[in-house]
Design a protein around this ligand. Structure first.
Ligand code: HEM
Length: 450
């Protein structure tokens, strides 16, 4: 790595600082999102005391298309995923794809990539549709569906069953419960009790995973699990037993929380924008009529209005709002010196709110993605919901197919309504000063036929 001459740069102390005021500490994420828009392209924030052992005393935020291109593409070798993501996940997971860097990462990603190609997606879609049918069948009978919880359970089932082939449903539920106990640990980060909890709960989850894997391997289906198992059993290969488990853990994790977030916002936005909901329903009906009623991959691909609603939900409510990294060396950015070892956050969500990148950026306006506007094409690295460069989300197509299949199914069977007094008014309200994220999202699903 080339040494950087830092003498020509402004020192670290000169990087503008953002302080989260006491009244915004309830929701620092929302505060920083707004602050980042004016502080583009760089600012720093003092780490709250309880997180210093995790992230160090300062965190540097980089914002905007140029920052995205720098970190995700041209200068990615200066930034470590490991220091970023391992700290972010609090050391919960075994070794996995998100923690790897350089050649090791490329070798592991090559093993997993075939399962995410269009060739495998048709088989995934068939399982997704089974899960969607099963999980949403009773929504019309419920006075209120808490969609954040409901889509979380659905997305976990989908990734466990469609991608990893785990079954039966009771086993998948037990895996989900073990994941929740591990991740929602009640102890302060880094203390002995924290690590004891992580070790015990991780051992429990891994035991359940091993049993699910053993059942799956006995079936010898040519799926992702089989490919990874073959790589693990290859004595000349790169994938050991620790990575094998870690990859599965992280696919389950990254594959369900983000999809839950996006599906939640899509449903909330459609409920609170009935005209948009009617357009999506009409499009789904027209496309299905053109495809002999089959909700297959070509049909999903033809649903452009729905695709733009999903893109817009991901833009406004970016599930991975910051991508964490560690500075591997002294780094020059925008004339400032970022010292080696600094915890860096690339603020993906803030790029999506920059007026230079998206017109009237706080407005819910799915047509911004339709030709001739096609705002996502205007600025390279402007729409980064799934990251970018060689480490763009491996599950991007999987998630898009899943969310499209879910919404296409729901709008055919239900009208999606907000519930007065229960559905938060700020599903998306640009006038909301701190853009605070509601904790839950209760909606009503009114059956359309019979
Ligand atoms: C709407 C849903 C999703 C969003 C918004 C999302 C977002 C992202 C982003 C922003 C990254 C890049 C992180 C970085 O640069 O540090 C990423 C990476 C990744 N995502 Fe997703 N993701 C989604 C769904 C999924 C699904 C369904 C899976 C798996 C089934 C998945 C698995 C992964 C993995 C394994 C990586 C690491 C890739 C690598 O480093 O090579 N994601 N995701």
């Amino acid at each position: 790595m080339d040494a950087v001459d830092v003498t020509s740069l402004q020192p670290f102390e000169a990087i503008p600082e953002i302080v989260v005021p006491p009244d915004a500490r309830r929701n620092p994420v929302a505060y920083l999102l707004h602050a980042a828009v004016t502080a583009e392209p760089i600012f720093r924030r003092r780490t709250p005391p309880r997180q210093v052992s995790r992230y160090g005393p300062w965190q540097v935020y980089l914002v905007g298309p140029a920052a995205n291109r720098f970190v995700l593409h041209t200068h990615r070798h200066l930034f470590a995923h490991r220091q970023g993501w391992q700290a972010f996940f609090g050391g919960v997971w075994n070794e996995n794809l998100l923690y790897l860097d350089g050649a090791a990462h490329a070798a592991h990603r090559r093993i997993m990539a075939p399962a995410f190609t269009a060739a495998d997606m048709g088989a995934h879609l068939a399982v997704m549709q089974r899960v969607i049918g099963r999980r949403t069948a009773a929504w019309g009978e419920e006075a209120a569906v808490e969609v954040r919880l409901a889509t979380r359970d659905l997305a976990f089932d989908v990734v466990a069953e469609a991608l990893l082939g785990f079954a039966p449903a009771a086993r998948v539920r037990a895996l989900h419960a073990a994941r929740d106990t591990l991740c929602r640990n009640p102890y302060p980060y880094g203390k002995a009790a924290y690590w004891r909890h992580i070790a015990a709960q991780r051992a429990h989850l891994n035991e359940l995973l091993q049993a699910a894997i053993a059942t799956r391997e006995a079936h010898a289906a040519p799926d992702l699990l089989a490919r990874m198992a073959a790589a693990r059993d290859d004595p000349a290969g790169v994938l050991d037993a620790d990575h094998f488990l870690g990859h599965i853990q992280v696919l389950l994790e990254a594959g369900h929380t983000t999809t839950m977030d996006t599906a939640t916002w899509v449903l909330g936005l459609l409920a609170t924008h009935p005209t948009e909901q009617a357009r999506v329903r009409a499009e789904v009906a027209a496309v299905l009529a053109d495809h002999a009623g089959a909700l297959n991959l070509p049909a999903l691909k033809a649903m452009n209005v729905l695709g733009h609603v999903i893109d817009e939900a991901g833009r406004l409510r970016t599930p991975v709002d910051t991508a964490p990294r560690g500075a591997l060396t002294d780094i020059p950015f925008a004339g400032y010196h970022i010292p080696q070892g600094t915890f860096v956050r690339l603020h993906l969500g803030a790029t999506h709110r920059l007026p230079a990148v998206f017109t009237d950026p706080t407005r819910f306006d799915p047509d911004r993605f339709a030709p001739p506007r096609a705002e996502q094409r205007r600025t390279p690295y402007g729409l980064v919901t799934f990251g970018g460069g060689p480490r763009i989300c491996i599950g991007m197509q999987f998630a898009q197919v899943e969310i499209k299949a879910l919404v296409a199914h729901l709008v055919q069977h239900y009208r999606i309504d907000p519930i007065p007094g229960l559905t938060p008014p700020n599903v998306y309200d640009p006038a909301d000063p701190d853009d605070s994220l509601p904790r839950g999202l209760p909606l009503r699903f009114v059956r359309l036929h019979g």
